[in-house]
Design a protein around this ligand. Structure first.
Ligand code: AKG
Ligand code: FE2
Length: 279
């Protein structure tokens, strides 16, 4: 069975798979979804770590439906190979030896996230997944034919829909890839929109460096400034990103509350009944 259909059936039927995940996974989900946000993402996810193999905890992998583990193992292995090949090409494009980027990852981690975006009755009011950049080195995304992924190159002025292509992966560079290339390879902002006609499924495979891998540009060309002030571990880079994102989310929430408060105050002055403000 086609892997996407396989996963799609799982998600569509909302099978026991969700129940097989325990608190450990739930905490990861909450870690990813920025608790400070005023609006939550319109998506459900299943996530697991597939590399390094020694860190796999099969007791936490779902055993239903039959075949899940074997298909998932194969998929993870093939995607690890593909990601390493892509990193070789990118290393060469930077004028470095083929292994430069994979070596900088020390021992590459892989995390697979299955995103399920249910149909949304009012898609204009929400997003399946809010605007973000991926933190890791490179991401390979498989999406079904529904479409909803958008990316921007101009800081959000124009969003481009990434049309699904049957059998093709969307490849995007994460923050780590951006830093290692000294900003030559962009970590494009992206988001996922939802729609009222169909649910949507995508599978993101994140290739990340080991937590203690050092993050710093591998090559700084003449006349360029380093995009980072100092080398740091990937764990530290991730921690800083998360705290910045949480701060931003809190500020957005506050601004929204203040807008609401201002509207209430104004309505009081205009003597408008409160029900009309929220109508
Ligand atoms: O579902 C998509 O199209 C985007 C998923 C994504 O960006 C992510 O999981 O980080
Ligand atoms: Fe992403």
């Amino acid at each position: 069975m086609n892997f996407v259909i396989f996963l799609f059936l799982l998600a569509e039927r909302n099978l026991q798979i969700w129940q097989n995940f325990d608190l450990y996974y739930l905490s990861l989900i909450f870690d990813d979804s920025l608790q400070g946000e005023a609006v939550q993402d319109w998506r459900e996810i299943v996530t697991y770590f597939s590399y390094p193999i020694r860190a796999r905890d099969y007791s936490r992998w779902p055993d239903k439906p039959e075949g899940w583990i074997a298909v998932t193992e194969k998929y993870s292995e093939k995607l690890m190979e593909l990601a390493c090949q892509l990193l070789e090409v990118l290393s060469e494009a930077m004028g470095l030896e083929k292994e430069a980027l994979t070596k900088a990852c020390v021992d590459m981690d892989q995390k697979v996230v299955v995103n399920f975006y249910p149909k949304c009755p009012q898609p204009d009011l929400t997003l399946g997944l809010k605007r973000h950049t991926d933190p890791g080195t490179i991401t390979l995304l498989l999406q079904d034919q529904v479409g909803g992924l958008q990316a921007t190159r101009d800081n959000g002025k124009t969003w481009i829909t990434v049309q699904p292509v049957e059998g093709a992966f969307v490849v995007n560079l994460g923050d780590h890839g951006h830093f290692l290339s000294n900003g030559r390879f962009k970590n494009a902002d992206h988001q996922a929109v939802v729609n009222s006609n169909s649910s949507r499924l995508s599978i993101a495979t994140f290739q990340n460096p080991a937590p203690d891998a050092i993050v710093y540009p591998l090559k700084i060309r003449e006349g360029e400034k380093a995009v980072l002030d100092e080398p740091m571990t990937f764990a530290e880079m991730y921690r800083r990103k998360m705290s910045k994102d949480i701060e931003l989310a809190k500020l957005k929430k506050l601004a929204k509350e203040q807008d609401l408060q201002a509207a209430v105050e104004k309505a009081k002055l205009d003597d408008k009944p409160i029900e009309q403000i929220f109508a």
